[in-house]
Design a protein around this ligand. Structure first.
Ligand SMILES: [Zn+2]
Length: 151
């Protein structure tokens, strides 16, 4: 029996993920699986999703289970720094209320109660990053739930 292996290939379309199914060492896929990229999915993470789908295909053909989705996303794991997580979470909520990052910083900055500290551009920039990171994590968690829901 021919062993088939999946690996991500270029879909030529930014809103689509393509995974090629290869037989043995052939350079040409015997089959191509195409999956639409979920709406709102961060474009810079799409290749991780393709890896995950390929891994899932390969795992299904073997006697092992699908690896944890987190393993494919080491950069986007929950931050080690709990203050960064809190600033991101709280900041994202205030962002929904259309506050500027300068205004948000004055409410959520970790240093806001330090004597002599005044929130400036540095605080606003840090919080903007933390909010971005928080939103990515939310997206990934939602995606992970969707994928698990298909079992
Ligand atoms: Zn500050």
């Amino acid at each position: 029996m021919v062993q088939r292996k999946a690996r991500p290939i270029s879909s030529g379309n930014p809103s689509q993920i393509a995974v090629g199914i290869f037989a043995d060492a052939s350079e040409n896929p015997v089959e191509v699986l195409r999956v639409p990229v979920p709406e709102g999915f961060p474009p810079e993470l799409v290749h991780h999703l393709a890896d995950y789908l390929a891994q899932g295909y390969n795992a299904a053909g073997e006697d092992n289970s699908l690896a944890d989705f987190d393993e494919f996303l080491p950069k986007y794991r929950r931050p080690e720094d709990p203050e960064a997580g809190r600033e991101g979470r709280h900041g994202a909520k205030l962002r929904e209320a259309h506050l500027s990052f300068g205004q948000i910083a004055r409410q959520v900055c970790r240093y806001r109660n330090r004597p002599g500290h005044r929130c400036g551009k540095k605080c606003a920039d840090r919080i903007r990053q933390n909010v971005k990171q928080h939103k990515r994590q939310e997206d990934l968690l939602r995606l992970q739930k969707d994928l698990e829901g298909q079992d």
